[in-house]
Design a protein around this ligand. Structure first.
Ligand SMILES: Cc1cc2nc3c(=O)[nH]c(=O)nc-3n(C[C@H](O)[C@H](O)[C@H](O)COP(=O)(O)OP(=O)(O)OC[C@H]3O[C@@H](n4cnc5c(N)ncnc54)[C@H](O)[C@@H]3O)c2cc1C
Length: 441
């Protein structure tokens, strides 16, 4: 790298939170202080390109409360209140990006391309003169009297203020390999247990084999010790390894908590199950009479066709087998009332036993992280190490699917950038004040 290696502010990690932090800091500093973005990958914003299936669901205009998880809910809501989703829209407008709201409050770039979000960041970073230190691999951070040295294999950049925005552990091919947790822990911060979230739920592959690759609409519930703890509606995807789809992703956080901590919503739990309701708009009582009349209307129809037109054919046949109705070549008229009750019960509550979650690489976010109570929710500054800030997924905050995770990245990143800039300008402002005061005398 050419040029000096001393900066007023270094932002570690060129992802969503890091870029937002660097821009907000550089805007506030107005060229009076230097800002660098240090990224260990060859380019910034790689993960952003994968978000929202390449469309980037960048925020959500619905209520933000109730969609975040972590040990410090009040901390999360304070940060979000400082920078809510309306401000995100204005922020992106200031970057020249037009946004569009779709169903359930989800907001995307109007053009539907995640690359447009990244392009707008890159142009602004360049315009503001933020230096990009790419392919710098930090080994450790050393505190100095007036700042920090980042010891990298490639050199030792130093700074007076440092924002750590290194992301979590999910999809490490985009650069978020979890190394930021270690860097912060070595400085004395603590981390909660980590587990993948917004991901597939694994079940017995033998059960999935006949229906893998199929999809159907329905409602899914997570049961903890037989009690429903979360219910979602949407498209259920049957995969080789288990269950997927956004509605399943929303249940994966609690499943991950169970597999990692043996609790669900903080309550000790012995077992969990996922229950599928494949006819959520039907009452159980009407469903049973519907099945009785279906049997009595066409008793000659082979059983393998009994649920044709109701469910995907193969899903229907697999459900009939799961209800103990095999062989399926017999006529539908041979179904007994108790068999019909079992079919109705499975249509409303087909249970699968989760055996775990997918790998980190299949997960969208990391649950757990650096403890939020060690930071200020107003500036994101460390309570124990002045001049050190943290933002984004590296903290113990994760959100539901729907734009909530990126909203967290923007809110915390922008707050950290503003906090670091304000503290860098404070001596200048104090000095200006003193000068003004002196001129009055
Ligand atoms: C497939 C997928 C789809 C998603 N879709 C959405 C969506 O549509 N909406 C939504 O809200 N959320 C979505 N998310 C989640 C969202 O992308 C993340 O929550 C968000 O990117 C986190 O931002 P971050 O800046 O904290 O971390 P990241 O975006 O992961 O950025 C961290 C950056 O730090 C760098 N880094 C890491 N360690 C170091 C180090 N030691 N030194 C230097 N640099 C380092 C990384 O290379 C990376 O560039 C999705 C995630 C995935 C994986």
């Amino acid at each position: 790298m050419s040029g000096p290696m001393e900066f007023d502010l270094i932002v570690l990690g060129g992802g969503a939170a890091g870029m937002a932090a660097a821009i907000s800091a550089a805007r506030a500093l107005q060229g009076k202080r230097s800002v660098a973005l240090l990224e260990h990958g060859p380019r910034v914003g790689k993960k952003l390109l994968t978000t929202g299936n390449g469309r980037c669901n960048l925020t959500n205009l619905g209520p933000l409360s109730g969609h975040y998880h972590g040990n410090e809910p009040a901390f999360i809501q304070t940060v979000l209140a400082h920078f809510p989703s309306r401000k995100t829209i204005s922020f992106f407008e200031s970057l020249g990006l037009l946004c569009r709201e779709e169903g359930e409050g989800r907001v995307y770039p109007y053009c539907g391309q995640a690359s447009a979000v990244l392009d707008s960041f890159r142009t602004e970073l360049e315009h503001l003169g933020v230096r990009q230190l790419l392919e710098y691999h930090p080994q450790r951070i050393v505190r100095q009297k007036k700042g920090f040295q980042i010891h990298c294999t490639e050199g030792i950049p130093s700074c007076r203020r440092l924002i750590v925005a290194t992301g979590g552990k999910s999809l490490s091919s985009t650069g978020s390999d979890g190394s930021g947790y270690r860097l912060l822990q070595e400085l004395g911060h603590t981390a909660t247990k980590l587990f993948p979230s917004l991901t597939q739920i694994r079940t017995d592959p033998a059960l999935m084999r006949p229906i893998k690759g199929l999809r159907c609409e329905g409602a899914v519930s997570l049961l903890a010790d037989d009690k429903t703890v979360r219910r979602e509606k949407g498209e259920i995807q049957f995969t080789e390894a288990g269950l997927s789809g956004i509605c399943i992703f929303q249940l994966s956080r609690l499943s991950g908590e169970f597999f990692t901590l043996h609790t669900v919503n903080g309550k000790p739990t012995r077992q969990i199950a996922v229950s599928l309701d494949l006819m959520p708009d039907w009452e159980p009582s009407t469903l049973t009479s519907f099945l009785v009349s279906r049997r009595d209307c066409r008793p000659y129809a082979p059983l393998e066709q009994f649920l044709a037109g109701v469910l995907n054919k193969r899903v229907g046949q697999t459900l009939l087998k799961a209800a103990g109705c095999a062989p399926l070549h017999r006529p539908s008229g041979s179904l007994t009332d108790s068999e019909l009750s079992r079919i109705a019960a499975l249509l409303k509550g087909w249970r699968f036993q989760p055996s775990g979650l997918s790998t980190w690489n299949a997960a969208q976010v990391t649950a757990g992280g650096i403890s939020c109570r060690e930071f200020s929710p107003h500036t994101m500054e460390s309570r124990s190490i002045p001049g050190l800030y943290a933002a984004g997924e590296v903290l113990d905050v994760d959100g539901d699917c729907g734009g909530f995770n990126l909203q967290w990245a923007w809110s915390s990143g922008i707050l950290a950038g503003q906090g670091a800039a304000a503290s860098l300008l404070a001596p200048l402002n104090n000095q200006k004040g003193a000068e003004r005061f002196a001129s009055y005398r």
